[in-house]
Design a protein. Sequence first.
Length: 202
Amino acid sequence: MNIAACISLIAVTIGLTACASTPTHYHTLVLPAPVTSTDLPPVPFLIDVMPVGVPVQIDQPQWVVRLGENGVGVLEGERWGASLSDELRSALSTELAYRLHTQDVSGLTASSDKPVLRIKVQVRRFDNWPGRQVELHADWSLSFADDKAPAHLICHGQFREDAPGGYAQLANAQQRIVAVLGERVATDARRWSMSRSKDCAQ
């Protein structure tokens, strides 16, 4: 084997070893416990949190982060524990069930003695700036599954959380911002279910 071939083999071996030794961190958007307590009464309905829509640019296992004002980066070592859509739906389901004191019956046969509120969320932006902040823009709609004359509420929100530090702090900010979204949706759900007001919470 000549010297050039040996050098190439050594370089490939070092590269593979480096890749193998780089740890992969898996993250979830589901908080281990609610951020704040709530003493509001239970709502008289169940909820059906539907699949969450996400932009195609970030719909992948790896974290997609913003670099400066117009660049993006894909972090191979930082990944979601499930698909981003599933992570968002699970986190919102947990937050909404807690804040409304009710049950998410998505995928189940709902009880006939309670109406079911369908909750659809579409994420428009989910921007992560490492060492800086997380920004989330989302729309959501509310409608009761058994309404004879279907009515619905459509709302929009923009949220921002500071995220100084490393990836662990960025992950915490991601969890917090989705929890804040869940709180806003829960507020709209309570108000709209009682009054059918077309006004969204601010």
